[in-house]
Design a protein around this ligand. Structure first.
Ligand code: GTP
Length: 209
């Protein structure tokens, strides 16, 4: 049996674009209506991609408060760059984030997926699909998906695409994922948390499904 590999994914983007909702839909299959700004949450989920068992360690970052940015960019092996199709400024914010990732990772070909979330709000669209797609092309043909966390549309697809890119890179070089057969499973990082109250959202930093 192939060993499981562990991959670090970081979800980045402006505040309120739906990073936490996308992550919660992917990891826990739940929809969160309320807006509760994230400080930093991390989750674990095991998935199978092309016959390989992968454990994804997903870091859901703060849209507004930028804690330990450099550290998590260094540790991340793949990045979901999320904007809302209802906000042009949220798309514009991604350019700087991408530049930062490339500078910190010192790698032009770092696995990235660009995500235009809130596709269910077509009537409020402010970012033409062609505009976002054009940008993704100038970023080395990074895959571009439109998602709806609310309707759970394309949610798995963005994580699987990113995971596939990381696997490909992992197979090409020695600096890939961690072989978890040599590592004790334990709680994730992500220890800086805001008290999220008793709503539907979990306080636990670590979810293993
Ligand atoms: N209609 C619609 N609303 C969404 C969608 N995704 C998220 N939202 C709403 O947008 C608001 C913000 O969602 P969050 O997931 O908390 O956004 P975030 O990017 O994590 O925000 P920060 O934690 O501040 O960085 C919430 O009220 C969600 O219910 C979506 O796909 N469609």
């Amino acid at each position: 049996m192939r060993p499981q590999r562990e991959y670090h994914i970081v979800v980045l983007g402006a505040g309120g674009v739906g990073k936490s909702c996308l992550t919660a839909q992917f990891v826990q299959n739940v929809w969160i209506e309320s807006y509760d700004p994230t400080i930093e949450d991390s989750y674990r989920k095991q998935i199978e991609v092309d016959g390989r068992q992968c454990i994804l360690e997903i870091l859901d970052t703060a849209g507004t408060e930028q804690f330990s940015e450099e550290l998590y960019m260094k540790q991340g092996q793949g990045f979901l760059l999320v904007f809302s199709i209802t906000s042009m400024s949220s798309l514009n914010e991604l350019s700087e984030l991408r530049e930062q990732i490339i500078r910190i990772k010192d790698d032009e070909k770092v696995p990235i997926v660009i995500v235009g979330n809130k596709s269910d709000l077509e009537e409020d669209r402010a970012v033409p699909r062609a505009r976002a797609f054009g940008l993704s092309q100038t970023w080395g043909n990074a895959p571009y998906y439109e998602t709806s966390a609310r309707r759970r549309a394309n949610v798995n697809e963005v994580f699987v695409d990113l995971c596939r890119q990381i696997i490909r890179k992992d197979l090409q070089g020695p600096s890939g994922g961690v072989d978890t057969t040599r590592k004790r499973d334990g709680p994730s990082r992500g220890d800086r948390k805001r008290d999220k109250g008793s709503g539907g959202r979990r306080r636990s930093p670590c979810v293993i499904l």
